[in-house]
Design a protein. Sequence first.
Length: 167
Amino acid sequence: MEKISKKERRARNRARREQEQKRKQRALRYQRFAKLTTGVIGAIAIFGGIVWLIGQRQFLPPVDPVGHIEVSPPSHILAEPMDIRVFKHMIEHADGSGPPGVIITYNCDDFDCDSNLIARLEEIVRKNPDRLYLAPFPNQDAMIVVTTLGRQEVLTEIDEEKIFSFL
């Protein structure tokens, strides 16, 4: 066994401790990096999942009055989309009082509508002007949607019987 001086022993021990400290610091940096990477990947996965779920949801008119304003539309038959807050007020109660209104919405921007679809829907509204409303609803995921408080009926064509069953 070789003889080393006390000074050399201290130097070797110091070097060993420094090496051990560097190894622990590298391991700690690796653990921090692994946690950060896992957190970032998890956050991206959660965000991506939320975006995917939102993309899967159908965009239809609302069925609840939350966020409505106490304003009625100028007419029961509208050529322009109804303000969503007014829409919610009308499904709460037609013309601002009484029973819930029934709103027929259509989307002829994204769907191939018959040339007389809107005229036929207007005629249905004229048959029952007390509670029925008609308005375009751009970007809805259906050609025709009949909405009242708490429920909807999605139609691919005009079905007067289904519309009047809402009343």
